[in-house]
Write a protein that binds this ligand. Structure first.
Ligand code: SF4
Ligand code: SF4
Length: 305
């Protein structure tokens, strides 16, 4: 049976706004964009490799509206589920939003994901999110609002707005990478949860493929999540690398908590990390990575706290 293959597709890192928490932002102001013809070829190749879902993400995909529509159409022709992650800048009026949503639908888009947070909404009116959601409902396009939050009281009014408008949303925690890396963060103490991660791969406009879309290029000391570049690897080879890597497999199954425990992290410390922070502690350290790599197919597999 073929493994389930889905990928976050970074067509361009260009964005029209500058959210304070943006995980996609690098220190560098440079933006990159994939060549359109290459993007088409890649999607065709992904279809041959049994990729079943593509999420257009990274910067703001709909800045390249015509290209993205054609790529979505290609997904439909190849039976690939397509999603666009957008900040909704384009949904200024009901009429214009209806036109955009209807065009996305006619090209075969499967789902619209609307990003919403107190950082996004410094640039984009909250009404845009309502327009995009209502228009999606009207046209029968699946949508949801991704409500990015640090779970502070500052976000209460933003959540209330979504509830008052009966929008379909779910909260997503801020990831403290990218610009959010500089944020002060509240100490959290969770229960002793496994911190399993499904690891959704990410393809950048420069054709670098990573094993997950959130950490992506952030593990600069070890490049633990880097799979390779499509200029010298096939998509099939990079997916296989992702699927057969012993430590990735353990992240998906055993979870990060057990691995941290194996390394000797105290339980009191483990419960204070958010999942991606714990992941960085484990794998962006050459020393930890070396121990975990050596034990990945022996002691570590059998480790239980
Ligand atoms: S979070 Fe999304 S919308 Fe905001 S700056 Fe980053 S890419 Fe753009
Ligand atoms: S836990 Fe690790 S692998 Fe999973 S999303 Fe976070 S950084 Fe990526």
């Amino acid at each position: 049976m073929n493994p389930v293959r889905q990928i976050a597709f970074g067509y361009s890192t260009q964005c029209n706004i500058r959210c304070g928490h943006c995980v996609a932002a690098d220190a560098s102001p440079e933006t990159a964009k994939m060549d359109f013809g290459r993007a088409r070829d890649i999607i065709q190749e992904m279809a041959h490799c049994h990729v079943t879902g593509i999420s257009f993400t990274a910067g703001e995909p709909l800045l390249f509206f015509d290209d993205i529509c054609k790529l979505v159409q290609l997904c439909r022709e190849n039976g690939i589920y397509s999603r666009i992650v957008t900040n909704g800048y384009w949904a200024k009026t009901r009429e214009h939003t209806d036109r955009i949503v209807s065009e996305l639908m006619s090209n075969g888009l499967s789902q619209l994901r609307l990003s919403y947070s107190r950082w996004h909404q410094q640039y984009i009116s909250r009404e845009n999110i309502v327009h995009a959601a209502l228009s999606s409902q009207k046209h029968g396009l699946d949508y949801f609002v991704s409500f990015i939050t640090d779970f502070s009281k500052k976000d209460d009014s933003f959540e209330k707005f979504l509830r008052d408008h009966h929008l379909k949303f779910f909260p997503e925690p801020v990831i403290y990478f990218g610009r959010a890396g500089e944020f002060d963060r509240q100490r959290v103490s969770t229960d002793y949860r496994p911190n399993v991660c499904s690891m959704n791969p990410y393809l950048s406009p420069e054709l670098d493929m990573f094993a997950c879309c959130d950490g992506a290029s952030r593990f600069s000391k070890t490049h633990f999540l880097y799979l390779g570049n499509l200029c010298n690897n096939s998509i099939e080879a990079l997916f296989q690398k992702c699927e057969t890597h012993a430590l990735y497999h353990l992240i998906r199954t055993m979870g990060l908590t057990n691995m941290a425990s194996y390394l000797g992290f105290r339980a009191r410390e483990i419960v204070q990390y958010r999942r991606c922070e714990l992941c960085e502690k484990l794998f962006n350290s050459k020393e930890n990575l070396s121990i975990l790599t050596k034990s990945a197919t022996s002691d570590l597999i059998n480790w239980r706290r």
